[in-house]
Design a protein around this ligand. Sequence first.
Ligand code: AMP
Length: 216
Amino acid sequence: MGEQNLVLLGPPGAGKGTQAKSLAAELELPHISTGDMLRDAVREGTPLGLKAKAVMEKGDLVSDELLTGIVKERLSRSDASKGFILDGYPRNIPQAEILEGIRKGLGREAVLALEIDVPDDAIVARLTNRRSCPECGSVYNLSSAPPKAEGRCDKCGAELVQRDDDREEVIRERLRVYHEKTEPLADYYRQRGLFKQVPGTGKPAEVLDAILKVLG
Ligand code: AMP
């Protein structure tokens, strides 16, 4: 079998991160989240993090140029040679074109875009209840998937946090940016015959089953 180069699409809070983690384990491929990489950079105070911080806090997109280098470097690593699961990249048509350039430059096969479809009204409720572990990246939902001990990560015991950009006014801005910039990627990939979609409103295990089914 060839490479399995996957791009997860869908609004913020669709479950891309959760599904990417499960798929990474199932398919033995690296989960590459540009949001996680940027949050790490912000926490570490690197030059990239210093440039990205204020933009992320507003719910806007970081400039394409800032992302190109980190994505290219990450996709070049040996653990991504059989495939990868991109989560949060590309976020707009220019980034999709940049990704095409990177993948061709590395001599890699085409990507397949997989959209997790969740309506807007479900997103706000989900994201205001989202908590995550700053240590291991596990994600919880206070109403549908709470941790066993309040405020603590089940896996590593660290104190759970709410992302700075998971406040309601920022969520609305992220959804606006999603519809304007990211949603057109569905047509971009559909026109190239590189698009699949699954409903994302079910339980995580059901969504994963649906994804594995469309991947064949
Ligand atoms: P995420 O965790 O994917 O929701 O990303 C969190 C934030 O990081 C986004 O709201 C953006 O500000 C920024 N970000 C992540 N990925 C990208 C990207 N591909 N292009 C621009 N900004 C991004």
